[in-house]
Design a protein around this ligand. Sequence first.
Ligand SMILES: *[C@@H]1O[C@H](CO)[C@@H](O)[C@H](O)[C@H]1NC(C)=O
Ligand SMILES: *[C@@H]1O[C@H](CO)[C@@H](O)[C@H](O)[C@H]1NC(C)=O
Ligand SMILES: *[C@@H]1O[C@H](CO)[C@@H](O)[C@H](O)[C@H]1NC(C)=O
Ligand SMILES: *[C@@H]1O[C@H](CO)[C@@H](O)[C@H](O)[C@H]1NC(C)=O
Ligand SMILES: *[C@@H]1O[C@H](CO)[C@@H](O)[C@H](O)[C@H]1NC(C)=O
Ligand SMILES: *[C@@H]1O[C@H](CO)[C@@H](O)[C@H](O)[C@H]1NC(C)=O
Ligand SMILES: *[C@@H]1O[C@H](CO)[C@@H](O)[C@H](O)[C@H]1NC(C)=O
Ligand SMILES: *[C@@H]1O[C@H](CO)[C@@H](O)[C@H](O)[C@H]1NC(C)=O
Ligand SMILES: *[C@@H]1O[C@H](CO)[C@@H](O)[C@H](O)[C@H]1NC(C)=O
Ligand SMILES: *[C@@H]1O[C@H](CO)[C@@H](O)[C@H](O)[C@H]1NC(C)=O
Ligand SMILES: *[C@@H]1O[C@H](CO)[C@@H](O)[C@H](O)[C@H]1NC(C)=O
Ligand SMILES: *[C@@H]1O[C@H](CO)[C@@H](O)[C@H](O)[C@H]1NC(C)=O
Length: 440
Amino acid sequence: MARCIIQVGVLFALIAQAAGDNLLLVQAIWRHGDRSPTTTFPTDVNTEDKWPQGWGQLTTLGMQQHYALGSRLRTMYGDFISSTYKAEEIYVRSTDIDRTLMSAMSNLAGFYQNGTVDVDFPDTTNVPNWPASWSPIPVHTVDYETDLIGYPFAECARADQLYEEIQQSPSYLNVSAENQALFDWLTNVTGVTDPVTLDNLWLVYDALTIEKIHNMSLPSWYNDTIYNQTVVANDYADDFLFGIVQPPVCELIKLRGGSLLKAITDRMTAKVTCMHNASSSSDCTALNKLKYYVYSAHDVTLAGLLATFGDKEEVVVEGGLPKYAAAIVLELWNVSNVAQVRIMYHPEFNESFYPITNLTKGCNLTSDYYNSCNKYNVNNYHPAKYDNNDYYYDNYDDTFNNHNAFSHHPAKYGNDVIFNKYNYTYYNNCNNHQFDSDII
Ligand SMILES: *[C@@H]1O[C@H](CO)[C@@H](O)[C@H](O)[C@H]1NC(C)=O
Ligand SMILES: *[C@@H]1O[C@H](CO)[C@@H](O)[C@H](O)[C@H]1NC(C)=O
Ligand SMILES: *[C@@H]1O[C@H](CO)[C@@H](O)[C@H](O)[C@H]1NC(C)=O
Ligand SMILES: *[C@@H]1O[C@H](CO)[C@@H](O)[C@H](O)[C@H]1NC(C)=O
Ligand SMILES: *[C@@H]1O[C@H](CO)[C@@H](O)[C@H](O)[C@H]1NC(C)=O
Ligand SMILES: *[C@@H]1O[C@H](CO)[C@@H](O)[C@H](O)[C@H]1NC(C)=O
Ligand SMILES: *[C@@H]1O[C@H](CO)[C@@H](O)[C@H](O)[C@H]1NC(C)=O
Ligand SMILES: *[C@@H]1O[C@H](CO)[C@@H](O)[C@H](O)[C@H]1NC(C)=O
Ligand SMILES: *[C@@H]1O[C@H](CO)[C@@H](O)[C@H](O)[C@H]1NC(C)=O
Ligand SMILES: *[C@@H]1O[C@H](CO)[C@@H](O)[C@H](O)[C@H]1NC(C)=O
Ligand SMILES: *[C@@H]1O[C@H](CO)[C@@H](O)[C@H](O)[C@H]1NC(C)=O
Ligand SMILES: *[C@@H]1O[C@H](CO)[C@@H](O)[C@H](O)[C@H]1NC(C)=O
């Protein structure tokens, strides 16, 4: 059942090759576009008033990046998702943060450029200054602090506890010790009150990185050697945040990315169930029409999901976290009545999507990692992972029996194994919210 489309590269060729195969559902998770820093260090001359909307806001460059991504997705899915807005086909869920909401709106402006006057937007005789061809598209959101699907750092005491354990781990202590001179030096030059550590280094890294992008004046102490050291240390810090440490903390990986993985796979499962049994429930009426589900979110959202796939370190090759307008797309296909999944990655706004299915845990594996997390051992990554040219999971179906990514690690996102093992009182809020799903 596996399909090889390496040589042809684009989806449409696959459709042409096998006329019966069809897409059922596209789920996209993207990072917002270029933004201002979320804050900076005390000695920075680039204070908040240097940014038109202040800290943490989408810039016009960020809007442009998302318009470009929306146009790119339109090209990819033009034959599948209607080129004008159809309410029943699309659902967009953003985190409740200005830059992700605005990124979604910018993206959708690029995705729906083909609207019809008096159907998708008003006639310009009535509204002369209506933006050309712009159709307003709904962007839904939920409360940020409890958004365990969109925001991996939503309040979760158990995740905090696990991270505190990582901070005591030999790997963490080693990286800290090796960078202590850098941290001491940065503490001095940045004028921060709390000393720079592996935990708050991101603040310095983030401000410098963004100021470089925007050609702003850099501190007199800046040089590329210092910056590069900061980048390397910060990459480690990012992995620690997601439980990617030796030994790996599988439960933290689950807590960071498991809710999103669960929401995505639940939706695919429901879609497949409806495919096999159209009359199985009233939910199928809406699900059968749904073609495109979007999460407009953050670098950490993508990183958390990639960590559950076991491929963060391979996919995000530098910088620790996915770049602006990076995106993951999960396609659910009907291949001769068998459901298959293809996963695509978009590294940044100006780059193409490429398949990462074969980097994903559980894809075409011959060994069973069911009860262990060996693949998070960075020295022994993906020991027997996949077949060269298999983009799809085989046998992704509603039985979840075979070699698909989502059956290999039920403990990662099921609510059975992990949550019975610990003291419910302690992480009560995880238990309540962690596996909130949102099928439609
Ligand atoms: C807009 O619609 C026309 C005619 O249906 C089609 O040829 C074209 O590809 C569409 N463009 C986009 C961006 O969807
Ligand atoms: C830190 O790890 C490196 C290798 O990754 C090793 O060479 C070094 O000895 C370790 N340092 C400490 C303090 O454990
Ligand atoms: C702290 O930084 C200042 C410059 O900002 C420098 O003159 C001084 O030597 C530094 N002190 C230490 C202990 O590094
Ligand atoms: C920064 O300067 C470079 C080189 O002049 C330019 O290409 C780039 O667009 C500038 N970046 C921004 C955000 O203005
Ligand atoms: C970069 O700055 C650091 C700290 O001031 C200094 O030790 C180092 O020599 C500088 N490197 C270069 C290449 O200028
Ligand atoms: C810093 O890192 C960049 C990118 O890896 C590299 O091109 C550059 O040579 C490095 N510069 C220094 C001074 O280490
Ligand atoms: C289809 O749905 C009906 C009604 O929910 C159910 O009774 C039946 O078992 C389902 N069939 C399959 C094959 O899932
Ligand atoms: C799935 O594919 C089969 C065979 O190609 C086709 O008969 C069926 O209609 C498709 N079902 C859906 C829901 O796309
Ligand atoms: C995309 O832009 C980045 C700079 O933001 C550049 O380093 C990279 O080479 C560009 N990639 C392509 C494919 O143009
Ligand atoms: C992996 O895919 C290949 C074809 O691409 C197939 O022959 C093989 O059986 C698959 N392995 C597993 C374990 O599914
Ligand atoms: C995985 O798939 C990608 C995309 O086709 C391909 O470039 C890469 O070589 C594959 N990796 C392996 C190890 O086969
Ligand atoms: C569970 O955790 C709470 C809060 O930390 C504590 O008071 C209680 O004693 C714990 N219960 C068990 C059975 O460990």
